[in-house]
Design a protein around this ligand. Structure first.
Ligand SMILES: Cc1cc2nc3c(=O)[nH]c(=O)nc-3n(C[C@H](O)[C@H](O)[C@H](O)COP(=O)(O)O)c2cc1C
Length: 420
């Protein structure tokens, strides 16, 4: 049968042996009115347009011209359990996303954690190419705690993971490229919506946790985390090329001591105090309440226990803040990478968010323990000596206990530009 296509359709080239997609692109120009080849194709991986004579390993996926199927709504909530926000059929009638959908996807992305809730990100959506760009916003950088922008990349990586989850939940398969332009290192990632998603549950199944995950600075119980949950969290990090290990024995005491040492240094460090002052908010603070950590999210002050929770009050007394006993044997996990480049930090951010979303769905609460990572001389000793040369990128505390509280975010209009 002769191949026919319309402008806006997708050309998909598959591996003849595995059937996996090798390359895909949008047909942006026809040479014959009847839609037969050759085609002008904008490839999703390079963004370049070339003239293509499709071979036997290529087929057309009609994006803009397939009639909507009446049976499609039954897919919702069935089988995959992903509960797509809209049906796949909806996409068959749309070449790009509506402004409302783009806005909702970016709102999901910005529910991600970021150091001191500084939200160091900006998003662009290019309608015609169905591409999101995630850029670093240096106004959210923390000059004292994070001079190398490692934490900034981790926060943006977490937002990238949320975007990937939301896009999959919306029913789209996406291709993610970290640092796609070597000449523009603040362009942290591109996410190209390539074609309607099949029945894959991953990562869309994580979607219900995107808005319910919050950092919890409350005491957790001493309850063990079952082996099956631990294995699932190790796997979640592994999927993003990051190693996750539970800290135990003498190493646990060592990691706790390093965090407490860092916390003690922060109390007398003018730089750490300046970062904290910029991003903490009292109840009666008149400044914009769309960023930073509000007092209600500080959690109680530790009376006893070994859980190294950052004290956002910076040692000051907050009227009405209760004290509490924290766990004596906290569950801490280290996330590590074999190298320490910006791309590794982005992987870490995606792994952190994948782990946190998975943990939330498994009924766990979590907080961050990054104090020691912010001091050069304390970061290296954090590592597990049996892990070879791995770089520790993140320390998380997990456990069963109260959920955290929702904290503010900047309005999406302030962080999103929609381009033609
Ligand atoms: C790289 C990074 C480092 C962080 N470090 C800490 C920390 O040391 N202590 C802490 O309590 N929270 C830490 N956080 C959590 C942020 O404070 C939190 O994500 C932010 O306030 C938004 O709140 P939410 O996570 O509840 O949405 C960190 C987050 C990131 C991404």
């Amino acid at each position: 049968m002769l191949m026919r296509a319309h402008v806006g359709d997708q050309l998909i080239v598959e591996s003849p042996t595995t059937g996996a997609t090798k390359r895909d692109g949008e047909i942006v120009g026809l040479h014959h009115d009847d839609g037969t080849p050759p085609y002008e194709v904008r490839w999703s991986d390079t963004d370049q347009v070339t003239l293509v004579f499709p071979g036997p390993d290529a087929h057309i996926h009609p994006i803009g011209n397939e009639p909507e199927r009446q049976d499609e709504p039954e897919r919702q909530g069935e089988g995959t359990g992903t509960g797509h926000r809209t049906t796949t059929a909806a996409h068959h009638g749309a070449r790009s996303l509506s402004e409302a959908v783009v806005t909702a996807l970016v709102e999901d992305a910005t529910a991600a954690p970021s150091m001191h809730n500084a939200q160091p990100w900006r998003f662009q959506y290019f309608r015609r190419r169905r591409v999101f760009h995630l850029r670093a916003d240096l106004r959210g950088a923390l000059p004292h705690a994070d001079p190398e922008l490692r934490a900034l990349h981790i926060g943006c990586g977490a937002a990238l993971m949320n975007l990937r989850v939301a896009v999959a939940h919306e029913g789209w398969e996406a291709q993610t490229r970290p640092l796609p332009d070597p000449g523009d290192p603040m362009l942290l990632a591109s996410v190209t919506l390539t074609r309607p998603l099949g029945d894959e549950a991953d990562p869309a199944a994580l979607y219900p946790a995107v808005r319910s995950r919050h950092t919890s600075r409350y005491p957790f119980t001493e309850r063990e985390i079952p082996a099956s949950v631990r294995t699932a969290l190790v796997d979640a990090a592994h999927r993003e090329d990051v190693s996750l290990s539970f800290v135990s024995g003498w190493h646990l005491q060592h990691v706790v001591d390093l965090a407490l040492e860092a916390e003690a240094r922060n109390l007398t460090d003018a730089g750490a105090a300046a970062d904290l002052a910029r991003y903490t908010r009292g109840e009666d603070d008149a400044r914009s309440a769309t960023e930073g950590v509000p007092e209600y999210a500080f959690g109680p002050r530790r009376r006893i226990g070994k859980a190294p929770v950052r004290d956002f009050a910076g040692g000051k007394t907050v009227p009405g803040r209760p004290t509490a006993d924290f766990e004596t044997a906290p569950h801490l996990v280290l996330l590590s990478t074999s190298r320490d480049r910006p791309v590794d930090w982005l992987h870490t951010g995606q792994a952190v968010e994948r782990v946190l979303l998975s943990a939330t769905l498994a009924g766990l609460s979590a907080s961050f323990v990054t104090q020691a990572l912010e001091w050069h001389d304390l970061r290296w000793p954090l590592r597990d000596p049996t892990s070879g040369m791995a770089y520790v990128q993140m320390v998380l505390r997990l456990g069963y206990g109260p959920r955290g509280t929702q904290t503010p975010r900047r309005p999406v209009q302030d962080v999103l530009d929609i381009e033609p």
